[in-house]
Write a protein of this length. Structure first.
Length: 383
């Protein structure tokens, strides 16, 4: 752990206005190893908190203060019944160029993932996701990326310089190992048809806000499968999160985003979380900083309940269900006896087995001779 501390400035926060939080033995700050000017943590950790202060991917320099504002709120929350080992590494130093920050994020992710530590990034702007992408491309293994955003951050008319509104350009066009890309929460009024058509042609997912608002649980299978979860806090409606770089009256509620964060936390696959585009100067009463802190809290709380189960194990803990649609299509479903979660298997041309998280509704749909849309997309991509 000490090997990467040179990337970070230590944590230095003002004391909270209500100091009884510091006296409370269950305050989260009392159960985190914090990199401070006087202390360099060194141990075995499960989760690493990382603040981002680089604002060069945005048009607002005020983003640089976001990490400490979020951290101040996070420290005041309660700790967890099951206490994971958490370290706060501090704020990532800005490199001479924005690209240096991306490569620093790449190196940090590679180092932490190799130690089975889950990095949680907060503050900064969403183009930091590009650094996470670089890490997984470096690993040369298939991975899945999910973004929660009100729009697809693409701009193919101008993609020479990466920023928070076009960082997906390079990821979509230059990736070699991206298996699935899913965006959750796009609003049609912000949609550029050529971008959504591109995702459709690549058999990726773009889930509309309206579908999720009716039933937030439909996001669970996508979040369960994701290796990277990148959240734009602007995906929340302004009334619930006024401190946004770009605000909209429509979007997710605070509760819905916390629920999705917990889905991702419970997932055995999620290896990186990032929450971006928080603007402290627009944050009335610190509501948005508090929300982001709670999103991180619910993610970590979910993490403490991970079951480490997979249908690949073929253990007695899974029930198998076979659905014959016709001579060409036979679907295989798996249900965990422990968590009651579902998966479906997608056949490939090789002996490789591909499992997709799904819901019981997908199984019931198959019983009606209807193939789930996601199964079709992945099947076409694989074959």
């Amino acid at each position: 752990m000490k090997s990467i501390l040179e990337y970070f400035n230590p944590v230095s926060l003002d004391r909270p206005a209500f100091e009884e939080y510091l006296l409370h033995q269950q305050s989260l700050c009392r159960h985190i190893d914090i990199h401070t000017p006087d202390q360099m943590p060194d141990g075995k950790y499960s989760i690493a908190l990382i603040g981002l202060v680089d604002d060069r991917g945005s048009f607002s320099s005020e983003v640089s203060a976001a990490a400490d504002a979020i951290r101040s709120q996070l420290y005041l929350l309660n700790s967890f019944p099951k206490k994971p080992k958490i370290v706060d590494l501090g704020n990532l130093k800005m490199g001479p160029a924005l690209s240096d920050t991306y490569y620093a994020i790449r190196d940090i992710c590679l180092d932490l993932i190799s130690q089975d530590v889950l990095p949680v990034f907060f503050g900064g702007t969403q183009d930091a996701t590009f650094g996470m992408y670089l890490a997984f491309e470096n690993l040369k293994k298939k991975y899945r990326l999910t973004t929660i955003d009100y729009r697809l951050d693409c701009n193919f008319e101008n993609y020479q310089n990466i920023h928070f509104l076009n960082y997906l350009n390079q990821i979509i066009l230059n990736q070699h190992y991206l298996f699935e890309l899913c965006n959750i929460g796009h609003q049609q009024c912000f949609e550029i048809p050529i971008h959504s058509d591109l995702l459709e042609n690549l058999f990726y997912e773009n889930i509309r806000l309206g579908l999720v608002r009716n039933n937030v649980s439909i996001t669970e299978p996508f979040l369960r499968d994701s290796d990277i979860l990148s959240i734009d806090i602007s995906s929340v409606k302004h009334a619930d999160a006024p401190g946004q770089v770009i605000s909209s009256p429509n979007g997710f509620s605070a509760e819905e985003l916390c629920q999705m964060a917990r889905y991702a936390g419970v997932s055995d696959n999620t290896k990186i979380l990032g929450i971006f585009n928080y603007l402290p100067t627009a944050d009335i009463g610190g509501v948005t900083a508090s929300l982001i802190a709670q999103i991180i809290w619910y993610f970590i709380e979910g993490y403490t309940y991970r079951l480490h189960e997979s249908p690949e194990d073929q253990s007695a803990n899974f029930q198998q269900f076979f659905v014959t649609l016709n001579e060409d299509h036979h679907l295989k479903f798996f249900k965990s006896k422990v968590s009651q979660r579902w998966w479906m298997e997608v056949p490939t041309k090789t002996e490789e087995k591909v499992f997709l998280a799904c819901s019981e509704n997908d199984y019931l749909q198959a019983l009606k001779n209807e193939i789930p849309d996601r199964w079709i997309k992945v099947f076409k991509r694989l074959n």
